[in-house]
Design a protein around this ligand. Structure first.
Ligand SMILES: Nc1ncnc2c1ncn2[C@@H]1O[C@H](COP(=O)(O)OP(=O)(O)OP(=O)(O)O)[C@@H](O)[C@H]1O
Ligand SMILES: [Mg+2]
Length: 310
């Protein structure tokens, strides 16, 4: 299997603080990979090392076969990067902004107009090509940023927090755009985000970063199983009407673990072979189970464990 990105024990220290700690990551060619984790987990620092924009303290990186430390220019040629906050000239049109960026990317003048129309079409902004960027919504700016990245026909596209600050409709557009571009252009996408629920939907595989380390990677289901353990599920239950949350009431109930209050109910792990006993035990103690297992349970577990409070 061919890898677009591989890191081996990649580490970045700032003084005595380790921002990225021995991260070993594999991203396959052609997939949409989500590097997901709460704020401060080390996602952006990892990306900067892939791009050759910051030097690793130790460890190895390969991006499309190149070493970003020694061959940053080769990496830049084949990788499109959209940082978290993109700046455009507000008083220029979408088209003019891209014309300027095409120049920065060394795209020859004669082919520029055609290329610009192509990428604007791809991101659904052809009708707004002559509008000033100052009038664009955050979602439109993000799509324009993606257009700018596509100008140089990258093989790998890295987007840092592509859905930040965008309204739900705009997010939907961005995510389906990424999905369709990945399919049509056969480009590898690396998305970094702290928005687990949103972004995982368009990812073939994800890596979960938490406190500088990569804690798991694979499909959401695989990652969930790694974290949860094979034979456990998730159960949700709430106290009967008019009764407060009383975790002590669960004492002595076998087969439940990691009970956590969440909003007005509880979430816990359960051992699958004890489910009948657990259900009876909960009802006897005045709790109403309202969800067991469920296909999203692994995602929920990842969220509870690493993203809660983000
Ligand atoms: N240049 C720097 N000097 C010192 N510390 C830094 C530097 N850059 C990042 N850090 C620290 O490294 C940690 C990881 O930061 P990073 O930006 O990689 O996180 P992140 O996962 O991208 O978070 P976010 O979701 O907020 O973008 C943070 O604690 C941050 O304060
Ligand atoms: Mg970041």
């Amino acid at each position: 299997m061919e890898l677009a990105v591989q890191t081996i024990e990649l580490t970045k220290k700032y003084g005595s603080f380790t921002a990225v700690d021995k991260v070993s990551l594999s991203i396959r060619k052609g997939e949409v990979f989500g590097l997901l984790g709460p704020n401060g987990a080390g996602k952006t620092t990892t990306i900067l090392m892939l791009l050759g924009l910051t030097e690793p303290t130790s460890g190895e990186v390969r991006v499309l076969g190149y070493d970003p430390v020694r061959e940053p220019i080769s990496v830049k040629r084949v990788v499109g990067y959209l940082p978290e906050n993109v700046d455009f000239y507000e008083d220029l049109t979408a088209c003019e902004n891209l014309f300027y960026m095409a120049g920065l990317n060394g795209i020859p003048v004669e082919g520029r107009d055609k290329k610009i129309s192509q990428v604007l079409e791809m991101v659904g902004l052809l009708n707004s090509q002559n509008a000033l960027v100052g009038t664009f919504s955050k979602g439109m700016r993000q799509r324009l940023g993606i257009a700018a990245v596509l100008l140089k026909d990258p093989k790998l596209v890295i987007l840092d927090e592509p859905t930040n600050g965008i309204d739900p409709e705009g997010i939907e557009k961005i995510l389906s755009l990424i999905r369709s571009l990945a399919k049509d252009l056969n480009v590898t996408f690396l998305l970094c985000s702290h928005m687990l629920y949103q972004v995982q939907r368009v990812c073939d595989r994800v890596g979960i970063m938490y406190r500088s380390s990569l804690v798991a990677s694979g499909t959401v289901e695989e990652v969930g199983k790694t974290i949860l353990g094979e034979k456990k599920g998730i159960i949700k239950f709430r106290p009967e009407e008019g009764v407060g949350l009383r975790q002590e009431a669960l004492n002595g109930l076998d087969g439940l673990s990691e009970v956590r209050p969440l909003g007005g109910h509880f979430v816990a792990h359960f051992e699958e072979d004890k489910l009948a006993l657990i259900m009876r035990g909960l009802l006897d103690r005045g709790f109403v189970p309202f969800e067991v297992g469920g296909k999203d349970y692994s995602l929920e577990e990842i969220y509870l464990r690493y993203f809660q409070g983000v």
